[in-house]
Design a protein. Structure first.
Length: 245
């Protein structure tokens, strides 16, 4: 095969709720259908992260308990590798609990978990009701992603995330809660690093984002050739309908 997408999943056994691992399966399939190779590696607790070892780094959602285990490892063992990867333009996708750990810190009552400091955000665990439900957001990742698009999925988080002054959100909330239920923003985007609260799983419901990630990770300037996306389009429409957008 001419080209291979190399994906590294961080803590795939601990950070994988709501079938977040399905996102990886979708990436694999969409590569295979186009004759692009797919190589999946994992980096778990205590294992160093080779920043050159993958084109796309993925971290899924997790409970506070599992995040606690991963937070220190991410901030200490994998920090350098992940920063090096992002600096050279590798794609990073982090969902929910993983998203929270991309920032500066996650405060849980008296305890403050360190973030990996890849992006400027901090998260505070709230005692107020969890932010749960179907969500749709409006996103613009530029021409190659087709301009303004919609992402639809499901969110369930107790943490409220606040972006730093210079940070760019991933999108604007159309329906649902987003980062903190107050400012109308969802997720974060910094060059090729994407963080979001959207599970769903996210990529099967939003195949266009999967294609943007693949193209970005492979360093392609042009969009990937289209596929027959009848099922994917139906999943997207249904997710939007569920969110009421
Ligand atoms: N434990 C985090 C929170 O509740 C993230 C949960 C998740 O990944 N769904 O805010």
């Amino acid at each position: 095969m001419a080209e291979t997408l190399r994906v590294c999943a961080l803590y795939p056994d601990l950070m994988n709720i709501y079938a977040d691992r399905g996102n990886l399966l979708l990436l694999q399939r969409r590569c295979a259908w186009r004759g692009i190779g797919f190589e999946l590696t994992a980096s778990g607790l205590g294992e160093p992260l080779d920043g050159d070892g993958a084109d796309l780094f993925y971290i899924g959602g997790g409970q506070d308990r599992d995040q606690r285990l991963c937070a220190f490892d991410l901030a200490e063992v994998k920090r350098e590798g992940l920063h090096a990867a992002a600096e050279r333009g590798a794609a990073v996708l982090a969902v929910c609990g993983g998203y929270q750990l991309l920032g500066r810190s996650y405060e849980l009552g008296d305890e403050t978990l360190p973030g990996v400091g890849l992006v400027d955000l901090h998260t505070v665990r709230s005692d107020a009701p969890r932010l749960i439900g179907n969500i749709a957001i409006e996103v613009n990742l530029g021409e190659r992603a087709g301009g303004v698009r919609v992402l639809a999925g499901f969110e369930n988080h107790g943490g409220r995330t606040h972006l730093g002054p210079a940070a760019q959100p991933l999108g604007r909330v159309l329906k649902g809660h987003g980062n903190n239920g107050e400012d109308g923003f969802e997720g974060i985007r910094q060059r090729n690093v994407i963080g979001t609260y959207m599970h769903g799983p996210l990529l099967p419901k939003n195949a266009w984002l999967a294609d943007w990630l693949i193209a970005t990770a492979l360093g392609r300037d042009a969009p990937l050739p289209p596929l027959d996306d009848a099922f994917e389009a139906a999943a997207h429409v249904e997710a939007r309908r569920a969110a009421g957008a």
